[in-house]
Design a protein around this ligand. Structure first.
Ligand code: NDP
Length: 244
């Protein structure tokens, strides 16, 4: 266990994060499965990884809370060792036209998507091993600029900017920082509250003519965190079947 590489995946209790956690475990990482509220789901992900022969622990922390993020890194170091890979996946998405966006809507997106990513990046600066890899989840809506996505897309646009600058600030440590920007992907975040016709329309917008699946995204993360991904740094990779 001493020489195993350690990966933290935020928001890994379900959806894309759970898929990334399982993939990284299959690729040989010991995985910290972070969640904020869905403890049972996080424990199920951990159980599945262990049943599959991997190592994982569940760690509760609301990424928008600075102290909780600090404590999460402490706990991972105690239980698994210092981290080699950080995947900032935790995110929320609610849709509203800008004129109808409430302060609560605005604040919650800034807190989870932007402050949450900032918190783990700032902590990573002193905690991640040299040679490490950081991947932040953005969205292809940054390019598509669809109506009603303004606040959500703005937080992810900021995440892309943070990532590229952080990649430069980590110069000399052989650490890469990249973003993966999925298109519509079949998870709770995307499917909840959307009429079937809207889902079908969005699925048909990609030339590959379907929604993304979680493993379409975890495959890209696996590449970036593997030896083969070593020369990709400061980039955003859109994984969306060609929607933009
Ligand atoms: P889901 O809603 O399915 O899952 C979100 C995960 O984030 C859950 O595990 C949730 O855990 C966790 N989470 C939410 N808030 C916090 C928080 N404050 N602290 C810690 N964990 C938190 O989302 P997806 O899997 O669809 O999305 C994952 C990422 O991919 C997000 O960043 C999203 O913006 C991005 N993305 C998704 C797309 C899609 O179509 N699905 C498209 C483009 C980007 P809990 O229940 O415990 O809070």
């Amino acid at each position: 266990m001493m020489n195993k590489r350690v990966a933290l995946v935020t928001g890994a209790s379900r959806g894309i994060g759970a898929c990334i956690a399982k993939r990284l475990a299959r690729d040989g990482f010991d995985v910290a499965v972070n969640y904020s509220r869905s403890e049972q789901s996080a424990l199920t992900v951990v159980q599945e990884i262990i049943q599959d022969g991997g190592q994982a622990i569940a760690i509760q922390a609301d990424v928008s809370d600075t102290e909780s993020v600090h404590q999460m890194f402490n706990a991972i170091e105690r239980k698994m060792g210092t981290v080699d890979v950080v995947i900032n996946n935790a995110g929320i998405m609610k849709l509203a036209k800008l004129a109808e966006t409430t302060d609560e809507h605005f604040d919650s997106h800034i807190d989870t998507n932007l402050r949450g990513t900032f918190n783990t990046l700032r902590e990573s600066a002193t905690r991640i091993n040299n040679g490490g890899r950081i991947v932040n989840l953005s969205t292809s809506v940054v390019g598509l600029k669809l109506e009603s996505y303004s606040i959500y897309a703005a937080t992810k646009s900021a995440v892309e900017t943070l990532s590229a600058i952080f990649a430069k600030e980590l110069a000399g440590r052989n650490i890469t920082v990249n973003c993966v920007a999925p298109g519509p992907t079949a998870t709770d975040l995307f499917l909840t509250g959307k009429p079937k016709a809207v889902i079908e329309k969005l699925a048909s917008m990609a030339p590959l003519n379907r929604l993304g699946e979680t493993d379409d995204i975890s495959s890209v993360i696996a590449f970036l965190t593997s030896e083969d991904g070593r020369w990709i740094n400061g980039q955003t990779i859109r994984a969306n079947g060609g929607i933009i």
